[in-house]
Design a protein around this ligand. Structure first.
Ligand SMILES: Cc1ncc(COP(=O)(O)O)c(C=O)c1O
Length: 493
C-alpha cells in the first residue's frame, strides 16, 4: 500500500516535471511496459554493458525506432510533435532535431544553399564546420574579416558596411554565412541591418548561432538571429541549454532557402540510427527554455551580478562581461589565459577555454529552483589567483593575429588544393608557401589559417607566439617538429 502510494506520488511528480516533453514522456511510457529487447542496440537495455552502473541504467532509454517512438527521418508521431513544439517556440517555419551537433546543421544549411563553383560570403572567424561544408560542396569562399574587438581581444562580428561592399563586389553570391554570437559572446549590433540588406538582394543569410540557443528567452539576452530575420539558424542546444553533447537544433524561416532541401541533406548527413537519448535531451532542452520565466531571469541576473561583484574583489582579477550574459572573460594583466586556466584546473575548476589573453567562463542558465555553487567558485578563483607569481608573467601580444585583408579569397580554393601533393616543411621555409589544410586552435575550433592561404612571416610569428603561450592546435601543424604542411608549389608574391 505504502509502496503504491509512493509510486503514485512519483508518477504525479514525473507527470508534472516531464510535462511539455512528449518524447521524454513516451520513452517513460514505453519502459513501463517492461519491454524485452530483441532489437538494436546490442547492449540490450544495458544488460551487456560494462559501463559504470549509473550509465548502464541510462542505457534503458537508449532505444530505437520501435512502435510508438516514431522515426526522425519520417516523423509522424511523437518526434513530429516534439519538433512542432520546437518550431512554435522558436517561431520558425520548420525546426529540426540534430544528433551530430551544430556541425551537421552547418553542413546541411550550406548544402541546401549552394553547390560546386558557387560563391559564398563567409565571416572569416567562422567555426571549422562552416569551412568543411564549403569544401565539401565545392563552393568558393569570399572571406570577410570582422574588425578586431580590442575590448574582448578577439575577432568580433562583421559590420553592415563590410557586407554591403562584399555583395557589391560579388553580387552573384549565393549566401552570406555569419557567426552570431562569436564563441566569446560578442554579438555586435548590425545583424538586422545586414539581413535586410541581403534580403534586398535576394541573398539568404545563414547564421551559425551555436552559442545562442538560449537567446530565445529574451532580455537581458541578445535578440536571436531568427527574430532578426535570418533564413537558417543553427543552435548547439548542448552548449547553453541542458541538452546532451552533440544535441542541436536547426531552424528554417525563409523565402530563399527551402526547408525541404535542408531536410533532404539532413537525411543524408545524419545517422539513420539517431540516439533517443540525445533526442530526449533536445525535447527537454526546449521545454526548459520555454519554461524559463521572469522569476528565473531575475534570480539569474541577481546571482550573476553578485558573482561578478565578488570576482571584482579578487586582487589582480579583471572580469569582462560580454554581450551574452552567460559569458564572462577573466584576466590577470601580464599573465596568459593558459596559465590562469592551469591554476583553475588545480582547484578543480574547469573553464570553457583559454587563450593568450584570458579564460572564458560559460555560466549556467539557472532557474530559481536550481542551486549553483557561486561562492565556492569564487573562493577557488581567489585561491588560484593567490598562486600567480611574477615568474609566470609573459609578454602577452595585444593582437594575436596579423589582421587579414577586409575582403579576401584563398590563393587556392579548397577544391584546387586536392590537385597537389603536400609536404611537411620547417616553419621558416613555409613562408610564401600555400598551406595544405587549415590550422585550428582547439578550442575554440576557429581556423587561424585556412588551407589554400599563402603563409606570411607574420602568420608564422603568430603561430610561434601562440604555441609559446600554451595554445593547442589541430590540422596542418606539427608543434614538436616545428613543421607546417604545405602544397608542393611555390607561388609568386
Ligand atoms: C561557433 C560554433 N559553431 C559550430 C560549432 C560546432 O558545434 P557542435 O559541437 O555542436 O557540432 C561550434 C563548436 O564549438 C562553434 O563554437
Amino acid at each position: 500500500m505504502l509502496l503504491n502510494l509512493l509510486w503514485m506520488e512519483e508518477e504525479v511528480k514525473y507527470k508534472l516535471s516531464y510535462a511539455n516533453r512528449p518524447l521524454v514522456q513516451q520513452l517513460i511510457k514505453f519502459l513501463e511496459s517492461s519491454p524485452v529487447s530483441l532489437h538494436v542496440p546490442g547492449h540490450k537495455s544495458g544488460a551487456l554493458s560494462g559501463l559504470p552502473s549509473d550509465l548502464r541504467l541510462a542505457l534503458r532509454y537508449d532505444l530505437t525506432e520501435l512502435e510508438g517512438l516514431d522515426d526522425l527521418h519520417e516523423p509522424e508521431g511523437v518526434l513530429k510533435d516534439a519538433m512542432e513544439r520546437l518550431t512554435m517556440f522558436y517561431g520558425s517555419d520548420r525546426s529540426f532535431f540534430l544528433v551530430n551537433g551544430s556541425t551537421v546543421g552547418n553542413l546541411a544549411m550550406i548544402y541546401a544553399s549552394c553547390g560546386m563553383g558557387d560563391l559564398i560570403i563567409v565571416q572569416r572567424n567562422a567555426h571549422k564546420s562552416i569551412f568543411h561544408a564549403i569544401e565539401l560542396t565545392g563552393a568558393t569562399a569570399i572571406l570577410v574579416s570582422p574588425p578586431w574587438d580590442s575590448e574582448s581581444r578577439t575577432m568580433g562580428t562583421v559590420m553592415a558596411s563590410q557586407i554591403r561592399k562584399t555583395v557589391k563586389e560579388y553580387p552573384e553570391s549565393k549566401a552570406v554565412i555569419l557567426t552570431y554570437p562569436t564563441y566569446y559572446g560578442v554579438t555586435g549590433v548590425e545583424l538586422e541591418e545586414i539581413i535586410s540588406f541581403c534580403h534586398g538582394h535576394d541573398i539568404p543569410v545563414l547564421v551559425d548561432e551555436a552559442h545562442g540557443a538560449h537567446f530565445v528567452v529574451g532580455e537581458p539576452f541578445p535578440q536571436s538571429a531568427l527574430e532578426l530575420g535570418a533564413d537558417v539558424v543553427v543552435h548547439s542546444a548542448h552548449k547553453t541549454l541542458p541538452a546532451m553533447t552533440m544535441a542541436s537544433f536547426l531552424h528554417v524561416k525563409s523565402k530563399l532557402v527551402s526547408s525541404e532541401r535542408v531536410a533532404h541533406y539532413l537525411g543524408m548527413l545524419q545517422s539513420s540510427s539517431p540516439s533517443y537519448l540525445l533526442m530526449a535531451s533536445l525535447d527537454d532542452a526546449r521545454a526548459y527554455a520555454e519554461s524559463f520565466n521572469e522569476e528565473d531571469k531575475l534570480k539569474f541576473i541577481k546571482q550573476r551580478n553578485n558573482f561578478i561583484l565578488n570576482l571584482k574583489k579578487i586582487p589582480h582579477l579583471f572580469v569582462l562581461e560580454m554581450d551574452d550574459p552567460l559569458k564572462l572573460l577573466i584576466r590577470a594583466n601580464d599573465y596568459s589565459g593558459f596559465d590562469l586556466q592551469k591554476l583553475f584546473n588545480i582547484e578543480g575548476l574547469y573553464s570553457e577555454l583559454a587563450d593568450m589573453h584570458q579564460v572564458l567562463f560559460i555560466l549556467p542558465l539557472l532557474k530559481v529552483d536550481i542551486e549553483f555553487p557561486f561562492d565556492e567558485i569564487c573562493n577557488k578563483i581567489e585561491r588560484a589567483f593567490s598562486k600567480l607569481d611574477s615568474s609566470m608573467k609573459v609578454n602577452v601580444l595585444k593582437d594575436a593575429l596579423p589582421l587579414d585583408k577586409e575582403i579576401s579569397s584563398l590563393s587556392f580554393s579548397f577544391n584546387e588544393l586536392k590537385n597537389y601533393q603536400t609536404s611537411w616543411i620547417a616553419y621558416e621555409d613555409a613562408i610564401g608557401e600555400i598551406l595544405a589544410s587549415s590550422i585550428i586552435p582547439y578550442p575554440p575550433g576557429i581556423p587561424l589559417l585556412l588551407g589554400g592561404e599563402k603563409l606570411t612571416k607574420d602568420h608564422v610569428n603568430s603561430l610561434v607566439a601562440l604555441h609559446k603561450s600554451g595554445a593547442k592546435f589541430q590540422g596542418a601543424i606539427r608543434l614538436n617538429e616545428k613543421q607546417i604542411l604545405v602544397v608542393n608549389r611555390k607561388v609568386d608574391e
